[in-house]
Design a protein around this ligand. Structure first.
Ligand SMILES: [Fe+2]
Length: 344
């Protein structure tokens, strides 16, 4: 059916008597409806097949087959079509049976054309209201989705801005999240990951350490070695990050990357101690990118190790700290990463 606002209602009149069909159609056309005629069951179904009518008026008594037979056929194949039965005086019982079978109304012959027009108008008005409700619901769903997407986007922008601001505040980690994001995407591309996944990885890289908002600054920026208690405190940041994002981020892979970017292949990572293939690939990539960038950056407690040493450390960590497939991919693109402007 077309849009309800400019919909031209079409009515099928099924009656074996041509004069009656003409009479009815003349009246219905004068009321502004389009009218199609059928002289029997078969022709009626052909017309419905060509273009389903909005409403059908079926004569009950026809030589080639009764409208009572046609009613269930129409209701089954064209459930949106309203059916009104036409019956001879004295056969109200059959007409009532038809109403039970799904007919909207019935008239008795000979027709009172004004009554017919009134019943048709009432039926189509009901149908119009139904369509309006349907139309409204569909548009409402679209509107809600657009609004939800906008809210999500602005939340993600705010979180990303916050993560980058946190990064920038600390001269030692300045630019870390951006670099982890870029390195992760380069490795993920090398592993043949899908474009939509790459976008999630890019975003997760930018916000992977957002949970550090919940870590005491004194611990975060401590120049010396951390006490066991302080290290336990630092270890809470991936789960805090996931908790911050969970109410609004639907993509499980982004949440996984944030929560699991400190997991290790041998199961000695945190917070969940996942091992081997139980670590999602995105999180395994991020763990490597995070470690590589940490090693090639100056930190409060040590200077950068330099690319060559960092690459050797990654190789050594394959199968213990890092997932071997991810290490192999990293080694294939290591030159691109080292040459990239973000890694200096
Ligand atoms: Fe982290």
């Amino acid at each position: 059916m077309t849009s309800i606002h400019n919909h031209q209602w079409e009515i099928l009149v099924v009656d074996d008597e041509e004069v009656i069909r003409r009479l009815l159609c003349h009246k219905l056309k004068s009321e502004g409806y389009t009218c199609v005629e059928a002289g029997g069951l078969r022709q009626a179904m052909e017309k419905m097949h060509e273009r389903p009518a909005d409403l059908a008026i079926l004569d009950i008594m026809m030589p080639g087959g009764s409208g009572v037979e046609l009613l269930p056929e129409i209701k089954k194949n064209y459930p949106d079509t309203i059916v009104i039965m036409a019956t001879a005086v004295g056969d109200a019982e059959t007409a009532i049976k038809c109403v039970r079978l799904g007919a909207y109304d019935y008239f008795t012959k000979p027709y009172n054309l004004d009554e017919v027009a009134l019943s048709v108008a009432r039926a189509l008005n009901t149908r119009r209201l139904e369509l309006e409700v349907l139309d409204y619901q569909q548009h409402l769903e679209e509107k809600v989705k657009v609004q939800a997407d906008k809210i999500r986007d602005s939340f993600m922008n705010a979180v990303t801005a916050l993560a980058l601001a946190l990064d920038a505040k600390d001269e030692y980690t300045s630019g870390h999240s951006g670099r982890v994001s870029e390195i992760s995407v380069i490795i993920a591309k090398e592993l043949g990951m899908h474009d939509s996944t790459l976008e999630n990885i890019r975003l997760a890289g930018l916000i992977h350490d957002i949970g550090k908002i919940g870590v005491k600054e004194a611990v975060l920026n401590k120049p010396g070695k951390l006490t066991p208690e302080e290290f336990e405190h630092i270890k809470t940041h991936p789960a805090i990050g996931e908790r911050i994002l969970k109410p609004i981020v639907e993509e499980q892979d982004i949440l996984d990357m944030v929560r699991l970017h400190h997991e290790r292949f041998d199961g000695r990572g945190y917070p969940d101690g996942l091992s081997g293939e139980r670590i999602p690939l995105g999180a395994a990539i991020m763990a490597l990118a995070d470690a590589f960038d940490a090693m090639t950056s100056d930190r409060p407690y040590r200077k950068s190790l330099g690319n060559t040493v960092a690459v050797e450390e990654i190789k050594k960590g394959s199968g213990t700290q890092f997932v071997p497939d991810v290490v192999e991919a990293f080694l294939r693109v290591e030159r691109i990463i080292a040459a990239d402007d973000v890694i200096s």
